[in-house]
Write a new protein. Structure first.
Length: 462
């Protein structure tokens, strides 16, 4: 999936680069059209007008003999030279057009030296021979027609260059439009591929994992938990499937044993085995999912939902286990100390604060299994809420048994302006089991959250 996304991204970059080059070519063609061809046409028209003005001026002088008619002739001579220079500058790099311009210059020189100047001298009486007005002869008209023909040929050559430049510009614009359309298409394809990939590699595997855990919690232990996707999901699915297989084997063993032995003693033994194995594995799966949220913040919400579903699955499995007993209290929970240590260890990387843990007293003989579950969930959610704290602060976690009651205390920096119970919605968990909870402020300004649970009646009291 990553290879496909990177390939599409590379294609988009390449296409965009080609489009930029094409755009530069379009700009160059337009500049050539504006800076060379069009100014050349303008200069040619002015030079052509100068030829006509000179020819008209000479005819007027020849007919009237008044030298005032020669003023346009003299003025247009300098203007024609200027336009010739402008044309050579504009047509630089176009050999065909320059060749046509040379032909125009030669025709102009022939007309000037053969027709124009001799006619002026003849009409002015400065000629040494007899009066001959060449401009009115067939030779004069033929040479001026040749000058106009060469000028028209140059005009046609420049217009052809303009047409070629315009066609090239149109082709480049079309090419750029297609390249831009291709870039947009590739971008859309990349977006679609990314959405499909996210669904295939994140959403779908997560849904499959949740469905497998929910099925196991509902008692469908014959349904394998198989997930394809990221390595983290595959590892979690393998752990869940191992739990499912073990739970299925344990349940089968419980059924077979219950047929041979008394239900009370056997159920107690099965419950202990399940608590030592299955529920611990479920708890470790939940811890693994929480640790994944630190590495993948964008998956925090679905992963937290999965963790809560795992907590529900633990309660459902415990209900199934305890339902095997004909009556009496649940057996003691033997690993609360380990669970607290594991929760703190999993959350310590995300907290940012220093964590100090203290234990005291016979925890396993006092805390009932269901209450232990609630205490573990409360501690985990509280530490999760404290994630991203100041590295210079300290969070203290105490789990102590004294005077026949278990006390879970968390001393931490308070994130709000003043500690309130509304800021810690999990404070009511202890009340569900006949306990109590308090929230107060320590002398150093930190918040102190405390859960107190009474001693559980059970084997420890017998």
């Amino acid at each position: 999936m990553l290879t496909i996304v990177l390939s599409l991204l590379f294609l988009i970059l390449v296409t965009s680069g080609i489009g930029l080059v094409a755009q530069q070519e379009v700009v160059g063609a337009n500049e050539q059209l504006v800076r060379r061809s069009l100014p050349g046409l303008v200069a040619l028209e002015r030079m052509k007008g100068g030829f006509l003005d000179q020819e008209t001026a000479i005819r007027g002088f020849v007919m009237t003999g008044q030298r005032a008619f020669l003023d346009p002739y003299q003025a247009d001579r300098a203007a024609i030279i200027d336009q010739q220079q402008a044309l050579r500058t504009a047509l630089a790099g176009d050999p065909a057009a320059l060749s046509r311009l040379d032909a125009v210059d030669a025709a102009y020189v022939r007309w000037s030296t053969t027709v124009a100047e001799p006619s002026i001298l003849a009409r002015s009486g400065a000629a040494s021979g007899p009066l001959e007005l060449v401009i009115s002869t067939e030779v004069g008209m033929r040479l001026f027609d040749e000058l106009r023909t060469r000028t028209d040929e140059l005009h046609a050559t420049i217009e052809a260059s303009v047409a070629v430049a315009s066609a090239e510009s149109a082709v480049l614009r079309t090419r750029m439009a297609w390249l831009l359309a291709g870039s947009i298409g590739l971008g859309l394809a990349l977006a679609a591929a990314t959405l499909v990939g996210l669904r295939r590699w994140v959403t779908r595997p997560l849904d499959e994992l949740v469905a497998g855990v929910s099925a196991a919690a509902a008692g469908d232990l014959g349904r394998p938990v198989q997930v394809r996707g990221p390595a983290e999901f595959v590892a979690v699915a393998a752990a869940v499937d191992g739990m499912r297989s073990e739970l299925s084997a344990q349940r089968s063993e419980a059924v077979a044993t219950a047929r041979r032995e008394t239900r009370s003693g056997e159920s107690e033994r099965i419950a202990l085995q399940l608590q030592d194995g299955v529920i611990n594995q479920l708890f470790r799966v939940g811890t693994s999912l929480l640790s994944m949220t630190n590495r993948n913040p964008q998956l925090a919400e679905p992963l937290e939902t999965s963790v809560h579903q795992l907590d529900g699955a633990i309660g459902a499995i415990r209900a199934v286990v305890f339902g095997l007993q004909p009556g009496g209290p649940a057996p003691p929970y033997p690993d609360l100390r380990d669970r607290v240590a594991e929760i703190v260890g999993a959350a310590e990387a995300a907290l940012g604060s220093t964590v100090v843990v203290r234990f005291g007293g016979p925890l396993d003989d006092v805390v009932a299994p269901a209450a232990a579950d609630e205490m573990a969930v409360a501690l985990r959610d509280t530490l999760r809420r404290l994630a991203g704290g100041d590295p210079g602060t300290t969070v203290e976690v105490e789990l102590i048994v004294a005077a026949g009651a278990a006390r879970l205390r968390v001393i931490c920096p308070d994130p709000g302006p003043a500690p309130t119970r509304e800021a810690w919605p999990l404070l009511d968990r202890a009340e569900r089991f006949g306990g109590s909870s308090t929230l107060k402020t320590a002398t150093d300004g930190r918040a102190v959250l405390e859960w107190i649970l009474p001693r559980a009646s059970g084997p420890a009291d017998a």
